[in-house]
Design a protein around this ligand. Structure first.
Ligand code: CAA
Length: 293
């Protein structure tokens, strides 16, 4: 069945090389997924060579771990390891058909990395952002060709979570959207097309859950009570474990964005910001209640 709002799939452009901007954990998870599912060359970039080298080594280690578990055979592992490359030279993105960023969740940072890369890209390359809560339209505001920008929002853990939110801005053209849908399908993910509104759909729902859970704790409800009380919903993880998985900084940012956009409907969490600064995990003691919030 064609997903709601999907353009003609025939408009999708072929992807024979992938460029990934950012060499952090999320970016490395993308690289591994693109390598496994598309089996095309993947080039990954960041500000300095050491970071890039570390990411490439980590991705090769992950490929080796998949081979050891029997998930990929020896020949495939060798081929995938040879398909990943790292660079600090954005000119190496010249023949990429699909470029995706996974850099710090700040508008100016995302705009800057695209400004650096776009002049090197071919005219037909699609540019994707993995933003979880910034406006995709604003990220594209400084692009020469905003019609080729699309939101492509993964969920943690990237290898396992089946959904991708494909975010269409008023500028995104049909060929870009069709390519994003095709890439999602090739990654064996389920894609939904969303509007470019704060939190798209998933984080809008999630920000309610996580924000209310944190707010209850800040108002004096013990962590264990919140954990116990949400159990009947059958979520695979309780809200605090999920916050640890997402990252407390990212979680706090998501709550801030929603509070900023809809102040009467969403809570921000000062406690979450503090914990993120301290670098602790909510689940450190198994319940989170040693945090003394
Ligand atoms: N990386 C790769 N694979 C992983 C993994 C990870 N970090 N964690 C688990 N897996 C794999 C396991 O290897 C296992 O694979 P196989 O079945 O092929 O062996 C499979 O996932 C299931 O793992 P487990 O049996 O160990 O654990 P589980 O059944 O408890 O499932 C989970 C783990 C899939 C993470 C599950 O707890 C879950 O779905 N949690 C909710 C996660 C969620 O809601 N994510 C969205 C967060 S929001 C976000 O990311 C976006 C944002 O913008 C904030």
């Amino acid at each position: 069945k064609k997903p709601a709002g999907a353009p003609d799939p025939k408009l999708a452009k072929p992807v024979s090389k992938v460029g990934i901007i950012g060499a952090g954990l999320m970016a490395s998870q993308f690289a591994l997924l693109f390598l496994r599912r598309l089996q095309v060359p993947v080039v990954i970039t960041d500000l300095d060579q050491a970071r890039v080298d570390k990411a490439v080594a980590g991705i090769r280690d992950e490929i080796e771990a998949l081979r050891a578990k029997g998930r990929v055979d020896g020949d495939t592992a060798k081929r995938l390891s040879a398909l990943i490359a790292g660079t600090v030279d954005k000119a190496d993105f010249a023949d990429c058909d699909w470029v995706i960023e996974a850099v710090f969740e700040e508008l100016s940072v995302k705009q800057q990395v695209f400004a650096e890369v776009e002049p090197h890209l071919s005219e037909t390359a699609v540019i994707a952002t993995n933003t979880s809560s910034l406006s995709v339209e604003q990220i594209g505001a400084t692009l020469a060709h905003p019609e080729r920008l699309v939101g492509f929002h993964f969920f943690n853990p990237v290898a396992v979570m089946p959904l991708i939110e494909v975010v269409r801005t008023p500028s995104t053209d049909d060929a870009t959207l069709a390519t994003a849908m095709r890439v999602a399908k090739d990654l064996r993910k389920n894609a939904v097309i969303t509007r470019d509104t704060p939190g798209f759909v998933v984080n809008r729902i999630l920000a309610k859950l996580l924000g209310e859970a944190m707010h209850a704790v800040e108002q004096g409800t013990p962590f264990e009570t919140v954990v116990e009380a949400q159990r009947p919903f059958g979520f695979p993880m309780d809200p605090f474990v999920l916050l640890d998985l997402v990252g407390l900084k990212v979680g706090a940012h998501v709550l801030d964005t929603h509070h900023g956009a809809f102040p009467d409907r969403f809570f921000e969490s000062a406690a979450l910001h503090e914990l993120a600064e301290e670098g602790v995990l909510l689940e450190k003691d198994g319940k989170g209640n040693a945090r003394g919030i």
